[in-house]
Design a protein around this ligand. Sequence first.
Ligand code: MN
Length: 285
Amino acid sequence: MKICRFDDNRLGIVEGPVVRDVSAALECLPRLAYPQPRYDALIANLTQLRERIESVAPYARTRPLADVRLLSPIANPGKIIAAPVNYTKHLEEARAQPQIHHDSQVAEIQRIGLFLKANSSLVGPAEGIALQHPDRRNDHEAEVVVVIGKSGRNIGRAEASDYIAGYCIGLDMTVRGPEERSLRKSIDSYSVLGPWLVTADEIADSANLDFWLTVNDEPRQKANTRDLIIGIPELIEFASSFYTLHPGDVIFTGTPEGVGPVLPGDRIVVELQGVGRMEVAVRSE
Ligand code: MN
């Protein structure tokens, strides 16, 4: 199932060129009181929600996909975890280009581990990217994102697939510079998630997915998840050995080679096999 959020927090399922408005299914989610839980309520209740969606979908009105404003499919992730330099060729390009590494050593992911992006940086594709620090290089990083489906810690790689709710496309936008990654990658709108959540049952093999990115139709990045240095099950094992993972936590799995700058007015398109196509506009802040 391809589950999207759109317009003013409506819920939809994507069927080819149309969105079926299944917002009525949201009524099955529990009413939350203060303090709010630190996980995403929609993902935590995904099994019941899917049943409700199936029952309301035949009566739901449809809208052309092209006419809706797509929001982040995960509204309230407890945390946004990200993997740095997780493709060998990107490691090589980062070490070769001073504008990327800024005299800081670019180490292998096995040594530097993971980092966190601020939740306040999260947007959906229709909200676009507002560039800050225009005097510095602002880069696109296309990434496959895995969405955690249930709570767990010390999850072994062999059982990791039981903890996956689904997949999205991510843009880990980055201002280059000498500061820590989590500062430079946590600017408002620098974590784009979309275009929808594809539930795990639709992805037969997440270790063999093609994806690519263009800027104004110019090809920039093209890769396959088989080239990940640390694969998705191992990332879940690694992350959960430090943090308890909760429903709706997202893991940006790392970007391949071909990162490059964007400017106001640019249009980024990312496509991921089995998921779909995400289009994002870049503007100045
Ligand atoms: Mn990245």
